[in-house]
Design a protein around this ligand. Structure first.
Ligand SMILES: Nc1nc2c(ncn2[C@@H]2O[C@H](COP(=O)(O)OP(=O)(O)OP(=O)(O)O)[C@@H](O)[C@H]2O)c(=O)[nH]1
Ligand SMILES: [Mg+2]
Length: 344
């Protein structure tokens, strides 16, 4: 699962990327596309791990991608480079400047967000219109074209011409046709307002923007925290009156913005979170672990994390019947602890 970090220049993309991933580039290093893979913090995994004392504990993971300098989007510029860099990400983190700095205009977060968001829509409109033209000319030459795809593209064109991002129409945005198109405004987006250290509120936003998933990060502060030894960090957290670093919250939110949920497998060898799309059935979830388990699926023994913790053990859960048997079509819920029974 890959998230692409975008934002206008000097909005704090590099700062946020480094705060989230804990990967710091030396100053003056070449600006190349960077990818950081990190664990999604999950207190439930911590508790399960405490109980089972497994040899390995494995968290869900997300990847953050920061496009290199030459591949970032400047308003009004050609858009190919950013498209190439970010096209195969599953979602976007849009960093918006909400701090002032030397030589910078005072922040206008709403405007900055809309400026780049509209650029994304223009890029998409370009892609969609080019594709429609190609289909028309092919159709004139007597070649068969996919009329469903053509109709969908025309729908996209209508939406984009009204300057509405495709992500507002989930059915359209998630159509199978767009695989490989890299439609930017169809990707789920998490809007991250990059605040100064002393400010904990969202900037004033119109309804147009506040309907997005919006969060605050104090980028510079989090960046400092991420570089500190734990003791020093604790002191700073206290000074700024924060319970815990915001990066955990942002990482979780970016996971959830993708419509992702976790189910868990537990045992003495391994306690592990597995990532699936919300709505996944038990037999598909089995496939997330191994195709053999999917093929030989018999049934799933399922208990919710809460029920398990309340029961205290699997044996007690069996007795009080919170441990259930589920078939192939059961829709896996976030936090389910599952043991798959299967034939090989
Ligand atoms: N005061 C303040 N300054 C910040 C914050 N986040 C970033 N900055 C500063 O703003 C400048 C730009 O931050 P970067 O992280 O380099 O921004 P960027 O989006 O990667 O910039 P480009 O790659 O040049 O487009 C740097 O001098 C940062 O130290 C913040 O939350 N508060
Ligand atoms: Mg940068």
């Amino acid at each position: 699962m890959k998230l692409g970090i975008i934002g206008l220049s000097s909005s704090g993309k590099t700062t946020v990327f480094e705060a989230l991933t804990g990967e710091f580039a030396s100053p003056g290093a070449k600006s190349e596309t960077r990818i950081g893979t990190i664990d999604v913090p999950d207190p439930r995994i911590d508790v399960l791990s405490e109980i089972y004392q497994p040899q390995k504990t494995i968290y869900a993971k997300v990847e953050y991608l920061l496009a290199g300098k030459g591949e970032q989007k400047k308003p009004g510029s050609e858009d190919d480079a950013l498209m190439r860099a970010v096209r195969d990400t599953d979602a976007l983190i849009h960093v918006v400047r909400n701090f002032s700095g030397y030589g910078m205009d005072s922040p206008d977060a709403e405007n900055d967000f809309l400026l780049l968001d509209q650029e994304l829509m223009h890029m998409d409109l370009n892609v969609v219109e080019k594709r429609l033209e190609r289909m028309e000319s092919e159709s004139k030459k007597g070649k068969t074209v996919d009329h469903d795809e053509q109709a969908r593209l025309a729908q996209c064109r209508e939406v984009l011409k009204k300057e509405t991002p495709l992500r507002r129409f989930s059915e359209l945005a998630e159509s199978k046709f767009w695989r490989g198109y890299g439609l930017m405004s169809a990707k789920p987006v998490l809007v991250l307002f990059n605040n100064p250290d002393e400010n904990e509120s969202l900037p004033p936003l119109s309804e147009n923007v506040s309907k997005e998933t919006c969060m605050i990060i104090r980028g510079k502060l989090e960046h400092e925290l991420a570089q500190m030894a734990e003791d020093d960090a604790a002191e700073l957290l206290e000074e700024f009156n924060i319970a815990a670093s915001a990066t955990d919250r942002v990482i979780r939110a970016s996971y959830e913005s993708l419509g992702l949920i976790s189910f868990f497998t537990v045992g003495e060898d391994e306690v592990r979170a597995w990532t699936i799309k919300s709505g996944t059935t038990a037999v598909e979830a089995a496939g997330a672990i191994h195709s053999d388990i999917q093929k030989g699926f018999i049934r799933a023994e399922v208990i919710s994390y809460e029920d398990y913790v309340a029961a205290g053990s699997m044996a007690a859960a069996k007795k009080n019947a919170t441990l259930r048997l589920e078939g192939k079509t059961y829709e896996v819920q976030d936090g389910d602890i599952i043991t798959f029974r299967f034939n090989v």
